[in-house]
Design a protein around this ligand. Structure first.
Ligand code: PNS
Length: 163
């Protein structure tokens, strides 16, 4: 059985993430979406539990996709899923530079681990969780940017943050 791991901080999950997950689910038998910590992003909008819940609702329609979380190194997590391949989305050349470095670090820790990249759908190349957080803080409409299932969660959180 082919297994893909789609890792990310998903703070929050966007339609760009979901597009990569959906396409990965067509290629692999099983996809694990892993909600992780990114130590460079120090003040997340949502807790890990909230992110897990939102990702779970967003991927519920895909039968071969499951959701997990891990607080350690991604390359160590992959060791527990032998043969699994990391799948990540690339929006622009700037993403490639960062991902290329991550790939080399992951290989140092787990030499058997392979990473595959899917290019982002053109309509999502501008989209990121940080754009969504910024728009939410200004009360902008998030339709078409994040899964419908989580729009209310983001609005609620943005309201708390503004208060
Ligand atoms: O959605 P993001 O924030 O771009 O995802 C980045 C993430 C969470 C996949 C990356 O930060 C990660 O792999 N974090 C786990 C810790 C780790 O393995 N870091 C890389 C080696 S130092």
């Amino acid at each position: 059985m082919s297994i893909a791991i789609c890792p990310g901080s998903f703070d929050p999950i966007t339609l760009g993430h979901l597009n990569i997950i959906r396409r990965t689910a067509k290629i692999f038998d099983r996809v694990i979406v892993c909600v992780m910590f990114n130590s460079t992003k120090t003040a997340p909008m949502f807790s890990v539990e909230e992110r897990l819940d939102m990702v779970s609702r967003a991927v519920a329609k895909y039968p071969n996709v499951t959701v997990d979380t891990f607080s350690g190194l991604l390359a160590e997590y992959a060791k527990d899923h032998e043969g699994a391949v990391l799948v990540k989305g690339l929006r622009a050349a700037s993403d490639f530079e960062y991902e290329f470095q991550m790939n080399l670090i992951n290989k140092q820790i787990n030499p058997a681990l392979e990473t595959m990249f899917l290019t982002a759908d053109g309509k999502y190349t501008f989209l990121s969780s940080s754009v969504v957080r910024e728009m939410a803080m200004y009360g902008a409409d998030l339709t078409g940017l994040v899964p419908d299932e989580i729009i209310e969660d983001i609005k609620r959180k943005a309201k708390q943050w503004r208060a």
